[in-house]
Ligand binder design. Sequence first.
Ligand SMILES: Cc1cc2nc3c(=O)[nH]c(=O)nc-3n(C[C@H](O)[C@H](O)[C@H](O)COP(=O)(O)O)c2cc1C
Length: 346
Amino acid sequence: MTQREQRKDDHIRLALNHPEQLSDFNHIQLIHHSIPSVNQTDINLQTMISNLPLEFPLYINAMTGGSKWAGEINQKLAVISRETNIAMAVGSMHAALKNSALIPTYQVIRTINPSGTVFANIGADVPLDFAQRAIEMIDADALQIHLNAPQEVVMPEGGRDFSDWLTNIEAINEKVSVPVIAKEVGFGMSRETLQQLTSIGIEGADISGRGGTNFVYIENERRPQKDQSYLIGWGQTTPVSLLESLPFQRDIDILASGGIQTPLDAIKSLVMGAKAVGLSRAVLKEVELNGVEAAIQFIELFKAHMKDIALILGAKDIIALKQVPYILSPELESWQRQRNERERKR
Ligand SMILES: Cc1cc2nc3c(=O)[nH]c(=O)nc-3n(C[C@H](O)[C@H](O)[C@H](O)COP(=O)(O)O)c2cc1C
């Protein structure tokens, strides 16, 4: 087994044994009104990411492929995504781009779900031809480019040269035939990052915030001395990242992931302007601990509960959800005020 295959298996194993993290969703309160004026049968949460229609604003986010175990998980995730009719991403495809024997661990998702919506996934440091091959390999509908600097730094064998990321993402975005989604891996995004991404014409950003899977925790567990746990709180939570994204939501489609635990977290993300919401570890745990059937039930229930919440909010589609008023906790309000004040002073 190569180091890369071993690393993927480490990530899966550590994600399955990961301590629960705190997000900030309890710092957002949606305002209840007593007369919702909507019939449940009229609720339709269809959405669009760039030019890509999604039947429901939920997707299984990037995790696996690249080892035997990861291929088996991709196969199960593909069944789940087909049966629940939600989109799915594969994990980083570098393994298959470097070793063709691992291609089937990704392609399996197309075999199982030929007409599903699927996202390819690469890092920001790979050349254009890797990006094109990754898209072709699974006939992808969109390309996620992951941004994972803190993970690389804590990863014992991680990279240290991030100097070309932005120009490389721009070059890939100009040439590939599908929408590009710049994607964090659980550290959230800032206004500054979103400004950079919009300035080079990126159409989608998955702000994947802190509060769920924590790759400082995971990589630190892989370090012999386990000496970087002090970085575990690094990054912006998903709600904070959504606040950061507010000025950019006209220019770039925002996807929310990272620590989405309940259907209420997902609805709060849509209220704060996300076009769709991604689940990773929650689905991984469900499928690995309880099986494919249980994971399908989990997602179907999640979808039904999201619709129930939309109903009590009186919101029949995602445009109406975005109009729902909410109140921030003093902590989040302070974050927003300080960011606005400092921006004004600059
Ligand atoms: C086992 C595992 C492997 C992951 N591998 C990748 C990856 O290869 N590429 C990527 O962009 N994100 C990867 N992620 C990050 C997720 O896509 C997501 O951004 C992050 O886990 C936060 O979502 P969560 O809290 O719902 O797990 C991985 C997550 C897990 C749990």
